[in-house]
Design a protein around this ligand. Structure first.
Ligand code: ASP
Ligand code: MG
Length: 403
């Protein structure tokens, strides 16, 4: 007998009609004699509404009450699913996080699941029942309700799959898998059959919104295979797995892009130890996320130029922080907005030479100017003008034979 965890996202349970459909998917797995566990997110829009309510009450809403409030949407959807399964003649009941319990560590609203109590669950499943478990929420060491970050119910499903030793963990969502690039940006985007955790982590943190990066990290750490599928259409999805398990001869797996990047260049800063730290200290204190960083080699050994990128929303604040920073001196500051980072991702580039050249050559053939470059073992990112993103994705998609 196989143990299967089925997770449904907000749009999959967005209406009563959708919940009835989802129960048919659950019934399909149950009838195949699987041991089935269900995790659900709140009906779409519900969590946002709750967040808005907290803001109307206070612009400094208590963090523990915030989690108690915003986690309630999951209780509603789980009760509705369990109720519908019972209506259809199945044995089913809902479980909230404190009832299992799902224990978490870390601060409110970004806690991480540390363990899941499975004794009652196993008894219930063995007696033929289908447990329906609230995603997104947990409890802290002092028995307060916690939440594990927006879109966190993926992580609930993954950690549950780990503790019940499930053979399969299927994430049902409103897209039918992970694509080589955003299909809305580029029509020839293809569904990826198999992608490695590290590639998915890069895709997720570089702007592909199919899964929350921390959930992918949980899957990687615990080696849980994930299938991403659509609850709207019955099609094969994407398998997210470990590179130890499968072989791939694909060099580049996907292309992602960001919006709203901004670039700051500080010209003529002293080339001394500690200067970069002095520049970034106030930014880090103000929770400004610095992404790409490039420092030029100094011509005269005394001064250098430093360029870095941030989200455009933080541009004004960053400008202010640099201008009032007395611990640095420089000759000139310059700012650019409306930039995007386009990245190619694939574990194949570790063993294949010439990928950097092919990327730059492809962009050059379309006269796309590269402003900043950064690389890791499995990705190459370039910063370009946002107006060139579509063109860049198209030419790279073709160059790396993803079409
Ligand atoms: N309902 C929560 C949210 O909207 C968790 C989730 O959707 O996974 O963030
Ligand atoms: Mg969601």
């Amino acid at each position: 007998m196989k143990t299967v965890v089925l997770k449904f996202g907000g749009t999959s349970v967005g209406t009563i009609d959708r919940i009835k459909k989802v129960c048919k998917i659950i019934a399909f797995y149950k009838k195949k004699k699987n041991r089935v566990l269900v995790v659900s997110s709140a009906m779409s829009g519900v969590t946002n509404e709750l967040v808005n309510k907290s803001k109307l009450i206070s612009n400094n809403f208590d963090k523990a009450e915030y989690d108690t409030l915003v986690s309630t949407g999951e209780q509603v959807s789980c009760a509705l699913i369990a109720g519908r399964l019972k209506h259809n003649g199945f044995k089913s009941r809902s479980w909230t996080s404190w009832q299992l319990p799902i224990l978490t560590d870390g601060p409110h609203s970004s806690a991480r699941i540390s363990s899941v109590g499975i004794k009652e669950l196993n008894k219930y499943i063995n007696s033929g029942g289908i447990p329906v478990i609230t995603g997104f929420q947990g409890i802290s060491n002092d028995f307060r309700i916690t939440t594990i970050g927006r879109s966190g119910s993926d992580a609930t499903a993954i950690m549950l799959a780990k503790f019940v030793k499930a053979e399969e963990c299927i994430i049902y969502t409103d897209v039918d898998g992970v694509y080589t690039t955003d299909p809305r940006q580029y029509k020839k985007a293809k569904k990826i059959q198999k992608i490695f955790y590290d590639e998915m982590l890069e895709m997720a943190s570089l702007g592909s919104k199919v899964m929350q990066p921390t959930s992918v990290q949980d899957a990687k750490l615990n080696e849980i295979d994930i299938k991403v599928k659509s609850s709207f259409v019955s099609k094969n999805g994407t398998l997210i797995t470990s590179s130890k398990k499968i072989f791939s001869n694909q060099i580049i797996t996907g292309i992602s892009s960001t919006k709203n990047d901004a670039k700051i260049t500080i010209v003529g800063v002293k080339d001394r130890p500690g200067v970069a730290a002095s520049i970034f200290r106030p930014l880090s204190k103000n929770l400004i996320n610095v992404d790409m960083v490039v420092q030029n080699i100094s011509q005269n050994g005394k001064e250098t130029d430093l360029t870095f990128t941030i989200n455009s929303e933080d541009l004004k604040k960053t400008e202010r922080l640099i201008k009032k920073n007395n611990s640095i001196s420089y000759k000139k500051l310059s700012f650019d907005k409306d930039l995007s980072k386009v990245s190619i991702i694939g574990v194949g580039m570790i063993t294949t030479p010439g990928i950097t050249y092919r990327m730059f050559q492809a962009l050059a053939s379309k006269k796309i100017n590269i402003l900043v470059i950064s690389t890791s073992e499995i990705k190459i990112s370039v910063l370009i003008s946002s107006k060139n993103v579509k063109k860049a994705i198209a030419v790279l998609h073709k160059e790396f034979k993803l079409d």
